[in-house]
Design a protein around this ligand. Structure first.
Ligand SMILES: NC(=O)c1ccc[n+]([C@@H]2O[C@H](COP(=O)([O-])OP(=O)(O)OC[C@H]3O[C@@H](n4cnc5c(N)ncnc54)[C@H](OP(=O)(O)O)[C@@H]3O)[C@@H](O)[C@H]2O)c1
Length: 253
């Protein structure tokens, strides 16, 4: 069984390749930047926005885990039009795994709307596929909201709840689906706890003995409301075990 991981230089992709390394699967990787320390693995350059290298990447592949994404630059191309061309070439694929995000059909955020279109492209295709939506990764929430204090303040929309999940657990879940029957839209994979951003920031400050404080802000608009309403969470799918606290503690070791 030969598995292709797209987006192999990204957070999910690099975690997938670590876990697949040494497995019984033949592994092929693709991205534009070559990940470090993978000399023993097959890697090919490909670019979803131009189509360059795609044919070579998908040659002889049975299963694809599609971890390539571009939330900001060329988002519409990478997530939708380039993606459509990409999946149009996948007649030989036995299983296409598409990591998606909890709540994308209810949160009016451009990147999520592009991903929802991609989900629908897959649904309407004849490609055997599984779409699994996860909640935000621990490191992602930390990086976006609580990594750069301004004048010793984390300025955050503190009432927004997150149910962040460890990327390693989600990667492991996806690998576990490789040989299962394609499920169409599978059950969500959400983190173990729901915490507000303020609680997450305060936890980080305590654990790291930081001198920072939290400054809570509210924002107007539908986007803020949908996050505040917890559309990005799924309380009945607490699948991850590693808590945000454990993630922070592990980083200190
Ligand atoms: N981050 C989260 O919290 C989260 C939560 C749930 C689900 N997800 C989903 O998980 C997947 C992976 O997310 P991630 O956070 O690991 O993303 P990431 O760290 O931003 O990695 C994205 C990958 O896509 C590649 N890429 C970007 N533009 C490309 C292009 N034009 N052609 C080919 N490859 C391109 C990047 O590599 P190069 O730049 O080297 O090409 C990189 O390897 C996405 O589908 C995302 O929606 C993420």
């Amino acid at each position: 069984m030969k598995v292709l991981v797209t987006g192999s230089s990204g957070q999910l992709g690099s975690t997938l390749l670590k876990q697949l390394n040494g497995s019984d699967y033949q592994v092929k990787l693709t991205s534009r930047r070559k990940p470090e320390g993978i000399e023993h693995l097959e890697w090919v350059y490909s670019d979803l926005s131009t189509g360059e290298g795609i044919e070579e990447a998908i040659k002889d592949i049975d299963v694809i885990i599609h971890a390539a994404t571009s939330p900001i630059k060329n988002s519409k191309i990478v997530e939708v039009s380039g993606f459509k061309e990409f999946i149009g070439k996948l007649h030989h694929i036995k299983h296409f795994l598409y990591p998606s995000i909890v709540g994308i059909d209810e949160i009016p955020f451009n990147y999520y709307q592009q991903k929802y279109k991609a989900e629908n492209l897959l649904k309407n295709s004849s490609i055997p596929h599984t779409i699994v939506r996860a909640t935000q990764f621990h490191h992602f929430v930390e990086k976006i909201f609580i990594s750069k204090p301004l004048f010793k303040r984390y300025i955050v929309p503190g009432n927004i709840p997150f149910q962040s999940v460890d990327v390693s657990e989600f990667a492991n879940h996806l690998i576990g689906l490789v040989e299962k029957d394609p499920q169409g839209r599978a059950e969500d994979f959400a983190g173990p706890d729901i915490m507000t951003l303020r609680e997450m920031a305060e936890l980080k400050i305590n654990i790291n003995h930081e001198p920072n404080k939290v400054l809570n802000i509210s924002l107007p608009g539908k986007l803020y409301k949908s996050f505040s309403d917890g559309k990005n969470t799924n309380p009945i799918r607490k699948m991850g075990k590693i808590t945000f606290e454990e993630y922070l503690l592990n980083k200190r070791v």
